[in-house]
Design a binder for this molecule. Structure first.
Ligand code: ZN
Length: 483
């Protein structure tokens, strides 16, 4: 069973990553000496804080949306009882309901499915009946085009009678309504005979609704997202689902197998979307995923963790200047939302530009499986699906609504060993000592202080750092235009 296998491979990846864990944190850090003398950079954060991407942020534009949200956010509780605290773990049994069975693999698509340029060009890949096809109400034709406007109704899921779904075609395969299957995506970059496929899980609900996509391990060493996708998808029942969920638990499969964040060419896949068909390896992988899978999504949650021994509170990164995205963030229960317009090449940026409502979900640190972070992620995805009328579970929403943050990175000014005095999630005041860097040779101690009041939404774990290392990520509740 997939579940068992996943569990196995995660374990083995962890083991192997211990062996391979020569990840050049230092190397990457060395590049990041952009820090100016003030040491405080306002970070319009890039996912994973590839630190060289930390840049100055422009203040958010006030949009009607933002204002509307602000009204609800403004009366929020203080950060210490913020939404990110543990969702009560025990409310749900630990067992992941095996409502769907994804052990059958659809055969590989024809060599490289033509990118979705022409909708009708499916002639090569004839849809084969899926193994799980229960009672085949073969309503065969409904191949939905990427991001087609036929799902616009999802914004307000009307409580009226659900409309039966149609089958749809992904990666050259037809998926009937009310069924789940497992498809194979191959970016076609390997030696053909050794080509390795990347599993794509699909649950096509019995009723119409939006298409939600979940991507994990775009950085191969970020494991929490893999588990978040697994739990979210295996808990779905296609007979009760309105819409579709497409999950790619491990996008960067080669990185995953090597415990590496990067692609085999040492490039960061999350800087190459939407990709090009004739560019670098990363461009091609990005292009293939984007056109064969991502363009079919109405909504996308790209799941990441902190990088380079940094950890994050569960949080969304979202471009709050985009009204559709801003509204989208309201569907996630108990999540802090950090405004970030995103860097070019990010999956989030490219998908948003393609009209797909997209956020990045950050949860914990790389190379670890963290139960608390995973639960928070699964909880928020369940709330999202409930909010969009995809599932109905009597979901109990957490008390505080999302808190919106602008954020700032605080960097180490000296090389040495970082010791933190505060914990992730702590509420801090301007000037407060967050930690210090100790010089192991001279015994000098260099305190690192908070640049403003706020909450520690991300931080480095104790480690050796060099000057310029982004050590603490401070979220300040967003000032609301017009308030
Ligand atoms: Zn990442």
């Amino acid at each position: 069973m997939l579940r068992a296998r996943l569990r196995y491979s995660i374990t083995s990846a962890l083991t192997s990553s211990l062996l391979v864990f020569a990840t050049p944190a230092v190397l990457a850090e060395a590049v990041s000496s952009k820090a100016d003398a003030t040491a405080l950079l306002v970070a319009d954060l890039a996912e994973d804080e590839n630190v060289e991407d930390v840049e100055h942020s422009e203040p958010r534009r006030g949009s009607a949306q933002a204002r509307a949200q602000a009204e609800t956010t403004s009366e929020q509780s203080s950060p210490q009882e913020s939404p990110v605290e543990a969702p009560e773990a025990a409310s749900k049994p630990r067992e992941i309901a095996p409502n769907i069975d994804l052990k059958e693999v659809a055969p590989l698509p024809e060599p490289e499915p033509e990118p979705e340029a022409s909708d009708s060009g499916d002639s090569a890949a004839q849809p084969e009946p899926q193994a799980e096809t229960q009672s085949g109400t073969a309503d065969a034709v409904g191949s939905n085009t990427p991001a087609s406007p036929d799902d616009v109704a999802e914004k307000e899921p009307e409580p009226a009678a659900p409309v039966p779904a149609e089958s749809f075609t992904l990666l050259g395969k037809e998926i009937l309504p009310g069924t789940a299957t497992r498809l194979a995506w191959s970016p076609g970059i390997q030696i053909a005979g050794l080509s390795q496929i990347t599993p794509v899980l699909v649950v096509n609900g019995v009723n119409q609704g939006p298409t939600l996509c979940l991507t994990g391990a775009v950085h191969g060493d970020e494991l929490n997202g893999i588990e978040i996708v697994r739990r979210s998808m295996y808990d779905l029942n296609p007979e009760k689902l309105s819409g579709r969920v497409i999950g790619v638990p491990i996008v960067n499969l080669t990185g995953f197998q090597q415990g590496s964040r990067y692609l085999p060419d040492r490039r960061d896949l999350n800087r190459h979307f939407p990709g090009t068909p004739d560019g670098t390896l990363a461009d091609r992988v990005a292009y293939s995923l984007f056109n064969n899978v991502i363009r079919h999504c109405d909504m996308l949650v790209d799941i990441h963790t902190g990088s380079l021994k940094r950890t994050n509170l569960p949080q969304l990164r979202a471009d709050m200047n985009n009204p559709d995205v801003a509204e989208f963030t309201r569907g996630f229960d108990r999540m802090a939302v950090v405004h970030s317009s995103g860097s070019p090449g990010m999956l989030r940026t490219a998908a948003t530009e393609a009209g797909i409502r997209t956020v990045t979900l950050e949860a914990g640190e790389s190379l670890r499986i963290q139960e608390h972070q995973i639960e928070a992620g699964v909880n928020s995805l369940n709330s999202l699906m409930e909010k969009h009328g995809m599932i109905s579970r009597m979901f109990v929403w957490g008390d505080p609504e999302p808190v919106y943050y602008d954020s700032t990175w605080i960097r180490a000014q000296h090389g040495g060993i970082l010791f933190s005095e505060i914990k992730l999630g702590a509420t801090v005041s301007e000037g407060e000592v967050l930690g210090y860097v100790a010089d192991p040779i001279t015994n000098e101690q260099h305190p690192i202080r908070a640049s403003s009041d706020g909450r520690v939404i991300g931080m480095a774990v104790d480690q050796v750092v060099m000057a310029g290392f982004a050590a603490y990520h401070i979220g300040t509740e967003a000032q609301v235009p017009g308030e």
